[in-house]
Design a protein around this ligand. Structure first.
Ligand SMILES: [Mg+2]
Length: 407
């Protein structure tokens, strides 16, 4: 063959179809000289994946309106194909790691590393009898993220570029302000973000409603007048209690009221959305695991901004779908926690408003991954010199927190 012909697109297309195997066949076709320039015509099979779980104590006890915790578990998936390793993770129970090992690893093994959506569909199909919400969707999420990272690395592009960038950086809001914090801790944390140039911050309310106005006042004092102040009740208030707080919080310039009532109370959220003061957005969606959940919330007119969490809603694939669904309702979209995981997909969502820069997860991600970027004037910019998510797992640093290991 003439050397020039080897690289011609028409020649590659001609031999391309022969390289594809019939569905169900799991044989790997080795790369040939003719196809080495066109990754799209090769097949790179996913190899058995590796799962590990780590439990990291929080720096101080943390609480919101309806829960308290003192540790965070991260489940990490490493999936290999063609000598390249993709990295994904979720914040979930160790049972999530077990489900990945016992079921999902076998589902994606041998599949084409390029066909992330196909693997996603196969995983969703496989967990039918286990139920989509909860552990199953978080398990899928970790594997899905690893597969996206793997595909981008195989193609040697940043994941933000692979998904397609609607923006070059993602606005964040500083998030913490736990109800377990003293007023001084609250002011130091929120004031610190404001000082670092993050123009919006979020605090928790609802554990002791009698304290909430004083806490919100203290937060406003610490961040000054220019920084946006968000509150999150995690569903702690009753409807009328939340409505009263909405008007009182407005006096301190609160512009975002997250889960004022339970996210299961779609009518209650709608009541707050309709009757909260102008300039105050009602937000929810962090417990969404599948598209029908988000559709019900949007159909009920329950939110001004829909939230979603790629580490829960079956991964980056599910997150992008939720963003599109939200766009169809003409509403902005906001990513919940896990900033290093969300940065690339957030670049790709046209209607994205911002990403939650959650204290707890920022800390774990900086401990566990090399390549985590910090916000610049409140914006996270992906490092486009790094492929995939841009993260490298610091296994040695993680080892001391090992909760369980599955191989
Ligand atoms: Mg929340």
């Amino acid at each position: 063959m003439h050397p020039n012909l080897e690289l011609s697109p028409s020649k590659t297309r001609e031999i391309g179809p022969e390289l594809y195997l019939s569905p169900g066949t799991r044989k790997i076709v080795p790369m040939t000289t003719a196809t080495s320039k066109t990754a799209s015509t090769t097949r790179t099979a996913v190899e058995p994946l590796r799962v590990s779980a780590y439990t990291v104590p929080t720096d101080t006890p943390e609480a919101d309106g309806t829960l308290q915790w003192n540790k965070t578990t991260i489940v990490i998936v490493e999936v290999q194909a063609g000598g390249t390793i993709g990295l994904g993770y979720t914040y979930a129970d160790t049972a999530t790691a077990q489900l990945i090992t016992d079921l999902l690893a076998g589902v994606v093994s041998g599949r084409d590393a390029m066909d992330v959506i196909g693997s996603w569909q196969a995983m969703v199909h496989a967990i039918r009898n286990l139920g989509r919400p909860g552990i199953a969707s978080m398990a899928i999420a970790a594997v899905d993220a690893a597969l996206w990272d793997l595909k981008a690395r195989l193609l040697q592009v940043p994941l933000a570029r692979l998904l397609g960038m609607a923006r070059d950086g993602v606005p964040v809001y500083g998030s913490g302000g736990f109800t377990s914090y003293s007023l001084e801790q609250l002011q130091n944390q929120l004031g610190g973000w404001a000082e670092a140039g993050i123009p919006r911050v979020k605090m928790k309310v609802g554990s002791n409603p009698g304290d909430d106005l004083a806490r919100v006042r203290a937060a406003r004092e610490a961040i000054g007048d220019e920084t946006e102040l968000f509150v999150d009740a995690n569903g702690a208030y009753s409807r009328k209690q939340a409505l009263a707080f909405a008007h009182q919080f407005a006096g301190f310039g609160v512009s975002w009221f997250e889960e004022p009532v339970s996210s299961d109370d779609l009518e209650g959220l709608r009541l707050l959305r309709d009757r909260a003061p102008a300039g105050m957005d009602i937000a929810a969606g962090e417990y969404g695991y599948d598209l029908p959940y988000f559709r019900r919330m949007l159909e009920a007119g329950s939110v001004d901004v829909l939230q979603a969490d790629a580490s829960r809603c079956a991964g980056i694939t599910g997150f992008l779908s939720a963003g599109a669904l939200c766009e169809a309702y003409g509403l902005p979209f906001s990513a919940h926690t896990a900033p290093a995981l969300h940065m690339a997909p957030c670049c790709a969502v046209p209607n994205l408003r911002h990403l939650e820069y959650f204290h707890d997860h920022v800390r774990v991600e900086q401990m566990f991954f090399e390549g985590v970027v910090s916000p610049v004037k409140g914006v996270l910019y992906p490092d486009l010199s790094r492929p995939g998510l841009g993260l490298e797992f610091k296994r040695k640093d993680a080892e001391r927190y090992a909760a369980k290991s599955h191989h």
